[in-house]
Ligand binder design. Structure first.
Ligand code: FES
Length: 160
């Protein structure tokens, strides 16, 4: 892993924080360390296509998870859902270089949160009047408290 790139990503963290007007949200916990990432997505129409306008995240995770989430939320901007879904954890963390074995799950956790958000928006509820994110509102701290029992397992918390 490129330590300088990691430090740069942490110093210049992008898109950190809750997005109250998001179209979709996904939350994933890591089985390896109990850390969590929540990722919000907002779409827009561009040239007749629905693309990701912006994304944000919160993380109770290690520095690598925060750096990958920061980079990933920038990399997916302007992409369609399908394009974003096709991105692997490796691609989402590419600017950091190859992650060491102990840190691979950090990138996978971000990929999981991204997939959860992209797929949550895919559900029929997305087209109804009910907000997709109805039971995922609030901060990750709320979810972490509520999900205290889920540590040690991959679990998408409170999907709609
Ligand atoms: S997310 Fe668990 S150590 Fe990085």
């Amino acid at each position: 892993m490129d330590e300088a790139a990691l430090q740069q990503a942490l110093t210049d963290t992008q898109n950190l924080g809750e997005m109250p007007d998001a179209d979709a949200v996904g939350t994933v916990g890591s089985p390896d360390c109990g850390d969590m990432v929540r990722l919000w997505i907002k779409y827009k129409e561009k040239d007749g296509k629905k693309v990701i306008d912006k994304a944000s995240f919160q993380s109770f995770g290690c520095q690598t998870a925060i750096a990958v989430a920061s980079i990933a939320t920038e990399l997916i901007r302007g992409k369609t859902k399908e394009e974003a879904l096709s991105m692997s954890a490796e691609e989402l963390s590419k600017p950091l270089g190859p992650l060491p074995p102990m840190k691979i799950h950090c990138g996978q956790m971000v990929e999981g949160a991204l997939r959860a958000a992209l797929e949550a928006e895919n559900k029929p509820a997305a087209s109804s009047a009910a907000p997709v994110v109805s039971d995922q509102s609030g901060t990750l701290a709320d979810a972490l408290t509520a999900a205290g029992k889920t540590q040690g397992k991959i679990k998408i918390v409170l999907t709609s």
